[in-house]
Design a protein around this ligand. Sequence first.
Ligand SMILES: Nc1nc2c(ncn2[C@@H]2O[C@H](COP(=O)(O)OP(=O)(O)O)[C@@H](O)[C@H]2O)c(=O)[nH]1
Ligand SMILES: [Mg+2]
Length: 329
Amino acid sequence: MPANLTPEFKKAEELLREARTTEEKITALELMLSTIPKHKGTDHMQADIKRRLAKLRSAPEGKGTGRHGDVFHVPKGTAAGQVVLLGTPNSGKSALVAQLTNAPVQVAQFPFSTHAPVPGIMRFEDIQIQLVDMPPITRDHVEPGQTNTYRQCHLILVVVDLAAADVTEQMDTCLAFLWERTLIPPPGQDLDEELIRRLVRPCLCVASKCDLANEADADALRDLYGDRLEIVAASARQADSLGRLSLRIFQRLQIVRIYSKLPGKKPQMEEPFVLPVGATVEDLAAKVHRDLAGKLRFARAWGRDKYDGQPIPRNYPLQDQDIVELHFG
Ligand SMILES: Nc1nc2c(ncn2[C@@H]2O[C@H](COP(=O)(O)OP(=O)(O)O)[C@@H](O)[C@H]2O)c(=O)[nH]1
Ligand SMILES: [Mg+2]
């Protein structure tokens, strides 16, 4: 080809083919523009991409987004985070979702028993986290539209069967899927940081069915892939392993739970506000009282052996399970 297009550019083109919504199309076109070799031979193509971008950006909001009726668009609802499972057939995805959530998933001895995303709610202490069971992927087959479910989520749970002889092939298939779609950072490619932020998703690997394997098997997997992914061994049949897994899922979501209280009242301990790690007292105020956010006078914190009602500055980064009293005025 005269333009000498790179594999990265071809990946971006693939992304465009899979894009359903305006937002996804814009992201894909931006990725194409940033990966296209910049020389005379591609002038025409660059102009074409820019024209298409301009057109999409000026399109009225909501028009032609194609979300309606797209089974691969899974609303998060009120959950604190959305976690989507990825794995080859029979790796144990549905069994995990069945054990951790209320979802009506099918666990089967035969592969391909899940054709569309099946969301369920996992309770973690006092919050709800959505887990989404997914159709399996193979080297040759991925359901069209599946990529978008991963792109929208907060954490991808890569499930490989630790007890299977082909566990490294499963892992390679998953990593290739993620890498081809820039869902994990592409090695040695300097993409725009903003694009990376929009495309890449955090991943946690579950080495499943650990009741059928040894600790040494998990260590061997970590030796091979530990530099690319965090690996947690778990079994749908061992409750304590599921407890450790759900804790790690919560931690990897990078969120904090904050209990707010009104002056002179008891704190609201049942339903914490959920904010991203790094959120400040001011961010909390905006979430509690959107209209009053600008009127925050001061705040005090209680609890967790750390504070006893002392004032905290408005730019104070909140810690998980802080109790905060907001004074507006
Ligand atoms: N022993 C054991 N078997 C499991 C475990 N998880 C799943 N299985 C079995 O593995 C098979 C495939 O599980 P499934 O969750 O349907 O896999 P999926 O295709 O990834 O959704 C089923 O026969 C399950 O009963 C586990 O933790 N331990
Ligand atoms: Mg399944």
